[in-house]
Design a protein around this ligand. Structure first.
Ligand code: KG4
Ligand code: ZN
Length: 354
């Protein structure tokens, strides 16, 4: 037999077909829906905020939240599919947790029901992973690895992100989340709910050196946070100033914001340096805070990435892109998975699509 060998065809790389992913967010008090195209990026996005419904109660009422998600979800889905110019998506991603169980069930039930009706795969997404991946929606997305500073109403976390799903939790809050501290301080100052944005606006007119509030945990080792001491210090000063009849709310707001932001910035930069990470991603509702965005960019030697303002707070676009990146994990809808408590460090690195 001669030594004739037939040239093998060069292996072709697998190119998944372009897909449109519908993202559904209902973990708390915003109904967020969006369509992300793996080819064209974000092609439709809609948000309904329930803030007015909860404001009279001074915080989120879970039952009211669930009912309003039921009312708004389907019309918003119709709206974004119309805007995207498609009849149905190729996959559906929904927030499966953490969050309010009833609110999560509305999104989970809808996503899985539509998945059955449209015979398309359904992807359960971790809410904080959505926040963490939100900067990937921008024109200049961060590359892995990076440090994520996740700051919202329920979480304050520093995470070393090595790749999709490879998340090492470096630090978290021992008590209140930073957004919660903003909201509680705002309430104390009579600013209503949610107080974060209102407090930040008032702080712009105040003197941030008027009160020397504590920078909690800054001199302790490790990367954990604590905000309850700061909250108490603010409360004591407000009572004292009120009793003396000279409360300057703008000075309190500015000094509180300065102490909270100093703590976040110092802790995040220390963690990035300790783990030799050259990029920091700031995400979650408090990531909309202008002082935080300015200070971290000013003090960190590496690059800082944020989502655009409207994608810092809860939205459907971050769930849609997280779903797009996790498409390999999509499965036929055979159960509704929601996890009101769900540690982000327990997520897996997705297996490549077959
Ligand atoms: O991520 P998010 O929309 O919902 C949760 O997952 O919690 O974050 C909401 C939190 C609230 O505590 C709100 O007061 C805070 O983010 N927040 C702000 C600002 N905008 C929203 N905190 C400080 N400064 C802001 N500009
Ligand atoms: Zn959130």
């Amino acid at each position: 037999m001669g030594g004739l060998t037939r040239a093998r065809p060069a292996p072709t790389r697998y190119h998944p077909p372009p897909m449109n992913i519908l993202g559904i967010e209902t973990s708390c008090d915003e109904t967020g829906v969006a369509v992300y195209s793996t080819e064209r990026g974000l092609i439709a996005d809609a948000l309904h905020s329930q803030v007015d419904l909860h404001a009279v109660y001074g915080g989120v009422v879970p039952e009211i939240a669930s009912r309003d998600h039921v009312r708004m979800l389907l019309p918003l889905i119709r709206q974004v599919l119309g805007e995207a110019g498609i009849e149905k998506p190729d996959a559906i991603a929904y927030t499966a947790g953490p969050g309010l169980v009833g609110a999560l069930m509305v999104g989970g039930g809808m996503a899985n029901g539509l998945g059955l009706a449209w015979a398309c795969p359904v992807i359960p997404v971790h809410h904080m992973e959505g926040h963490l991946l939100a900067p990937m929606l921008e024109d200049d997305p961060p590359e892995f690895p990076f440090l994520a500073l996740l700051v919202s109403g329920g979480h304050t976390m520093l995470i070393a992100v090595h790749s999709l799903g490879d998340y090492r939790l470096l630090g978290t809050t021992l008590d209140d989340a930073v957004g919660e501290a903003f909201d509680k301080t705002a309430k104390l100052l009579g600013l209503g709910y949610p107080g974060g944005p209102a407090l930040a606006a008032l702080a712009e007119q105040g003197d941030d050196k008027a009160f020397a509030f504590p920078r909690p945990m800054l001199h302790k080792p490790g990367f954990d946070f604590s905000f309850s001491g700061l909250k108490t210090a603010v409360m004591l000063e407000v009572r004292k100033a009120e009793a003396a009849g000279k409360l300057r709310r703008d000075d309190v707001a500015a000094s509180f914001q300065r102490a909270a932001v100093d703590t976040l910035v110092a802790r995040a930069i220390k963690a990035a340096e300790a783990y030799r990470l050259e990029r920091i991603v700031v995400a979650g509702g408090v990531g909309a805070n202008k002082l935080l965005r300015k200070d971290i960019a000013e003090h960190f030697d590496g690059s800082v990435f944020y989502p655009r303002m409207e994608f810092c707070t809860d939205n459907g676009a971050m769930i849609a892109i997280a779903g797009a990146l996790r498409l390999a994990e999509a499965s036929p809808a055979d159960e509704i998975r929601v996890r009101p408590r769900w540690p982000i460090a327990s997520l897996d690195v997705p297996r490549p699509a077959q």
